[in-house]
Every structure is written in structure tokens, then in C-alpha cells.
Design a protein around this ligand. Structure first.
Ligand code: G3H
Ligand code: 13P
Ligand code: ZN
Length: 332
């Protein structure tokens, strides 16, 4: 058993408390490799932002969990080396079983998500409570995120064609019975780069898809039921048109891409939403730069020559998110 404290990490308890009272959200950025980790840390040190490093089941399979938790330890040391000691949490994204959560907790994760959103309400409560009982009984309290409501899109082993919004009348019972530390809700976000079908959107004069607004009415109703309780938004990439255009210019095909407008995320971050998950935007930034470099320099074959600009772009994107979207800049 490795405690997250030995790795220099923090759990999310204090991060969320400060984020709610300060009217901002903590960035939760997914990472699978060294370049993503470096870009996240560079951006968060530069903007003095706390950060949650997220590991999905897919990342565990791709990169190996042991390597990833040691990269998180390296991230803490890297931040210090860059000159500013930001709080860093290591979080399991979309854990789908008690065993995965236990495994991560025992290997040094400071926070886990148990995603029982596809189960019945009662089964979701039972599974989430089991994870909370185990996580909270550890010497160094591990924080647990649960989910109520279903996001559309594909995430690892869980996929749903149709979303359904979180039912505000269920949240008090869920939070009370499970003792979960934060709650992911469904108010119109979804995973991936096509968050809405074109027929759900309107188009602006340039033909760019404009999505329907998030259901802030549901968020407000949830906040009334559990005032001050930490709320999490998944599926919060904005799918920047500039990246989609670069990718398409250099041979990619990403038709019907549409994300969540940044102003809506800024509004959400000012409420009890205190963790905002972003992965797809980072994928788009890196892919855009890699495609550009390889198209413009067809004789290039040193991976460092295309990973470095991809990493720089990712850093720029995350610094922008912290400063202008989540409001977490200056909060570390
Ligand atoms: O919620 C899903 C995250 O974007 C992780 O994606 O399962 O492909 O690693 P992944
Ligand atoms: P995006 O696909 O919108 O980046 O969402 C990521 C996410 O929710 C990770 O859990
Ligand atoms: Zn998610």
C-alpha cells in the first residue's frame, strides 16, 4: 500500500472547498503519456493553478498504472523544479468496479471516481457506498466522486447512446446514503468531440454548429437540494473550431464536431461546479500540431520534433482554460 501523501499528492477535499467559496473550478485534465503530463504541469505552474491529473481505464491499459502513478510523483517534483508548489491530485476517471478503485487507492491515487451511473439507483448507491466506505477508512482519507444521470458518448467500458439528465429529487438520498465527496451530474455535456447531433444545433453565418445551452435550471435545482456540495461536470471540452480546421486542413476528417461553449463553462465554474473534466480538447490540440508538422516537414521522423510543438500547444490551451474558463489561475 502506497499512500498518496508519500507521492506528494493531495486529495480533493480542500481543493473543492476553496473552489466553491472562490467561485472557480479545479481543472481535471486526463493524461496518458509524458508530454501530456508535462504540458499540464507547465500550464498549471505558470498560471498558479491547482490541478487534478486524471487517469482513465484506457490510460491504465495504455501506459500501465504503475508508470502513471510514478509520473504523478514526477509531476510533483517537476512542479517544484519549475518553481511553484501547486496542489496536485491523482484521480481515477470513470472507475467501473470496486476492485479498480481499491487497486488505485492502494497504489497511491488520492481520489477515485466510481461511475455507477449506468446501474439502477439502488445498485448505484450500494456500489458507490462500498467504495466510499473503503476509501474513507484509509489512514489518509481518499476522496470519492459518484455520478447520477447519464452522459451520452463512449468512455472506456461504459457507453450510452442517449443521455438522461440528473434527477434533482434523487441527489439528497444519493449523497446521504453513499457519503460521496462530490457528485458528477448530467446537464447536457457529453464525452468526445461530437457532443450534439447537427439537428440539435443551429448554425452561425459561417456554418459553424451552435449547440443548445446547458440545463442550468437543473444545476440550480440540484444546488438547492444540496447547498454547497461539490458538483462535477464531465464532458466539458469546447472542441475549438481552430483545431478542427487545422486537422481537416492537413488531412483529418472531423465532421460535425461541436463542444460546450466556454462562456457556459465559465458560468458553471462560478456555481457549486468545482471540478471540470477536459480531455478531448487536449487531444485536438496535440493532433492539430502533429498533423501540421508532419504535413509541412515530410522528411521529419524524429518524434521529438512533432511531440514538442504538440506539447507546447497543449500547455497554451490549458493555461487559457485555467485563466479564462475555469478561473483556477492564481488559486494555488
Ligand atoms: O471520459 C473519458 C475520458 O475522455 C477518457 O477517455 O477512456 O479514451 O481514455 P479514454
Ligand atoms: P471531454 O471528452 O469533453 O473532454 O470530457 C472528458 C471527461 O469527461 C473525462 O472524464
Ligand atoms: Zn468523463
Amino acid at each position: 500500500m502506497t499512500s498518496y501523501k508519500e507521492l506528494g499528492l493531495v486529495n480533493t477535499k480542500d481543493l473543492f472547498k476553496k473552489a466553491i467559496s472562490g467561485g472557480y473550478a479545479i481543472p481535471a485534465y486526463n493524461f496518458n503519456n509524458m508530454e501530456q503530463m508535462q504540458a499540464i504541469i507547465q500550464a498549471c505552474v505558470e498560471t498558479k493553478s491547482p490541478v487534478i491529473l486524471q487517469v482513465s481505464s484506457g490510460a491504465r491499459k495504455y501506459a500501465n498504472q504503475n508508470i502513471l502513478r510514478n509520473m504523478a510523483r514526477g509531476a510533483v517534483e517537476y512542479a517544484n523544479e519549475l518553481g511553484y508548489n501547486i496542489p496536485i491530485a491523482l484521480h481515477l476517471d470513470h472507475g467501473d468496479s470496486f476492485e479498480i478503485c481499491k487497486d488505485c487507492i492502494e497504489s497511491g491515487f488520492s481520489s477515485v471516481m466510481i461511475d455507477g451511473s449506468h446501474l439502477s439507483f439502488e445498485e448505484n448507491i450500494a456500489l458507490t457506498k462500498k467504495v466510499c466506505d473503503f476509501a474513507h477508512a484509509q489512514k489518509d482519507y481518499i476522496t470519492v466522486e459518484g455520478e447520477l444521470g447519464v452522459l451520452a458518448g463512449v468512455e472506456d467500458d461504459v457507453s450510452a447512446e442517449h443521455s438522461h439528465y440528473t434527477e434533482p429529487s434523487e441527489v439528497i438520498e444519493f449523497v446521504g446514503k453513499t457519503k460521496v465527496d462530490s457528485l458528477a451530474i448530467s446537464i447536457g455535456t457529453s464525452h468526445g468531440r461530437t457532443k450534439f447531433k447537427p439537428e440539435q444545433c443551429t448554425r452561425d453565418a459561417n456554418g459553424i454548429l451552435i449547440p443548445p445551452p446547458l440545463r442550468f435550471d437543473i444545476l440550480e435545482e440540484i444546488e438547492k437540494q444540496i447547498p454547497g456540495f461539490p458538483i462535477v461536470l464531465h464532458g466539458s471540452s469546447s472542441v475549438p473550431v481552430e483545431y478542427v480546421q487545422i486537422i481537416e486542413k492537413f488531412g483529418g476528417k472531423l465532421s460535425d464536431s461541436v463542444g460546450i461553449p466556454e462562456e457556459q463553462l465559465r458560468k458553471a465554474a462560478k456555481s457549486a461546479v468545482c471540478k471540470i473534466n477536459i480531455d478531448s480538447d487536449g487531444r485536438l490540440a496535440m493532433t492539430a500540431m502533429i498533423r501540421k508538422v508532419l504535413a509541412e516537414k515530410p522528411d521529419e521522423f524524429d518524434p521529438r520534433k512533432y511531440f514538442a510543438p504538440a506539447r507546447d500547444e497543449l500547455k497554451k490551451l490549458y493555461a487559457h482554460k485555467n485563466q479564462n474558463v475555469l478561473g483556477s489561475a492564481g488559486q494555488a
